[in-house]
Design a protein around this ligand. Structure first.
Ligand SMILES: [Ca+2]
Ligand SMILES: [Ca+2]
Length: 490
């Protein structure tokens, strides 16, 4: 069977070579590479600190909302960056490290019915004391907790959130400062999705003695929310009604509160969460944390849904790799995406992370298949190809109208090709859900100039136009941050 496969492969190669030779004879050497798209970058806002993303309220206002890692949500209205932030939670954050940090205000999503209910959701980091046996204890970055919280717009001003409206929905203590992921978004199903990395450090803790993330690491452990994408329902909430915890729809909350009920479980009773679990989550009524939607992820920093006109709603996610490979995945419900058994398409050895073993298990701890990404690329100087950058930054499938040549392409990028100098990359995948997705590099400007910034995130406005955000500065400090709209020149 193996030999016949090899023969078939050789035969296919022969046919392919013949075909390529004919193409070369017919039309020169540009045959294998589709023409690179040329884009221009139009400034949306400058003078920012560490912009991680752009989103919109879906309320027809045309405003863009920029998430700053330093703790502010900034508004751009009619092309002007408003001086007062929509929300500033910098006082809740740990002191961010002035060289590099992955903590801060990390994600923002507006409720699909924000225009009528004023609800929005954020992910951020907050400090905690920690225990002496934790890897973060006594380190320069200390221990922290990751939080998913809900806020509301203020009653009087659409450009001001109510800072006192916070409801904390979900918290998890982090063993290290890094790999917090942090994106938040509503799916086409109306549920809220958010991501958490494997807890941090390296090798998902397996090379530590003893393993600092448990015997199989966090990403493969379905009893922890770390290393996973989670899905919850924020439209059915728990309230205390006549000393009994009940679940009601979010639209009925204010009526209940007016009649003396309170949000959350009843005093003195077992605490219940302020959200509910979609009954179709993969681990409901069986082992595994009910919030998990998919797992086996290392640092699923950015994700999005292809939910614009012509999109099929697929969930695209960039999972940041360790020493060698970066990857983009299309996430399916219940899927195990391989980390820490695999990095990209390759097997991973936590004790020899720069030499992928030839063999590893193709299933997870419960016999489930490990799902491969749609594409991978390699870190520069590792001997693997294609050599691009060191940290994938997930983006969006373009469904806007200003750049028709980009329609249906997955626009994403890389943080930087090396820590110094700032050398982010803007990339795309021509046919991301097709049979042979391939990574291409955008040409920036007719002069083909480098991006020249640390790429920190992407964003999308109400019209489906896509923005890239970056900074001249590695850390979340200073005023070197900018968000720019990506516009095709072809
Ligand atoms: Ca369960
Ligand atoms: Ca993977």
């Amino acid at each position: 069977m193996f030999i016949s496969k090899v023969r078939r492969w050789r035969f296919s190669l022969m046919i392919l070579s013949l075909f390529i030779a004919l193409l070369v004879l017919a039309g020169g050497v540009g045959y294998a590479q589709p023409a690179t798209h040329i884009i221009e970058l139009e400034p949306l806002a400058t003078g920012l600190t560490a912009p991680l993303g752009v989103t919109h309220a879906g309320d027809g206002s045309g405003r863009q909302f920029i998430t700053e890692q330093s703790g502010q949500i900034r508004i751009v209205r009619d092309g002007e960056l408003l001086p007062t932030p929509f929300l500033d939670i910098s006082g809740k954050l740990p002191e961010l490290n002035p060289f590099f940090d992955e903590r801060g205000l990390l994600g923002l999503a507006f409720h699909p019915r924000y225009e009528s209910n004023g609800r929005f959701f954020v992910r951020y980091s907050t400090p905690r004391t920690g225990a002496p046996d934790e890897p973060c204890f006594g380190t320069s970055r200390g221990c922290h907790t990751e939080i998913l919280a809900e806020y509301a717009v203020s009653a009087g001003d659409p450009n001001q959130a109510d800072p006192d409206s916070e409801i904390i929905l979900f918290t998890v203590d982090e063993p290290q400062f890094n790999h917090n992921a942090g994106d938040v978004a509503f799916g086409p199903d109306g549920f809220l999705y958010f991501t958490l990395g494997d807890g941090g450090g390296a090798h998902d803790g397996l090379a530590d003695d003893p393993p600092s993330h448990g015997p199989i690491g966090n990403a493969q452990n379905i009893e922890t929310p770390l290393g996973a994408i989670l899905r919850i329902n924020v439209d059915r909430l728990t309230i205390c009604h006549r000393n009994r915890a009940i679940q009601v729809s979010a639209s009925a909350i204010s009526a209940h509160l007016a009649h003396g009920d309170s949000l959350g479980s009843c005093p003195g009773q077992a605490s219940e969460s302020t959200y509910t679990i979609p009954p179709t989550n993969p681990f409901v009524r069986q082992p595994g944390l009910d919030e998990i939607y998919a797992y086996g992820l290392r640092n699923p920093y950015k994700f999005s849904f292809d939910d614009g006109p012509g999109g099929d709603g697929k969930l695209y996610l960039g999972d940041v790799g360790q020493n060698l490979f970066e990857e983009v995945n299309i996430i399916e419900r219940g899927g195990n995406y391989g980390w820490v058994i695999k990095e990209g398409f390759h097997c991973f050895d936590p004790f020899n992370p720069t030499s992928p073993p030839g063999n590893c298990s193709d299933t997870g701890p419960h016999g489930e298949p490990l799902l491969d990404p749609i594409v991978e690329y390699a870190h520069p100087g590792t001997g693997f190809t294609p050599e691009l950058g060191i940290t994938v930054i997930g983006g969006y499938v373009y469904r806007g109208t200003e750049s028709p040549s980009l329609s249906g392409k997955y626009i994403f990028g890389d943080f930087t090709q090396a820590f110094f100098p700032a050398s982010g990359l803007l990339l795309y995948i021509e046919d991301p859900a097709g049979a042979a997705p391939e990574i291409q590099k955008f040409q920036i400007g007719l002069d083909d100039r480098p991006y020249g910034l640390y790429l920190k995130g992407f964003g999308e406005d109400e019209a489906g136009e896509i923005y890239a955000c970056g900074s001249t500065i590695l850390a979340p400090i200073g005023e070197g941050g900018t968000c720019e709209r990506i516009v095709a020149l072809d």
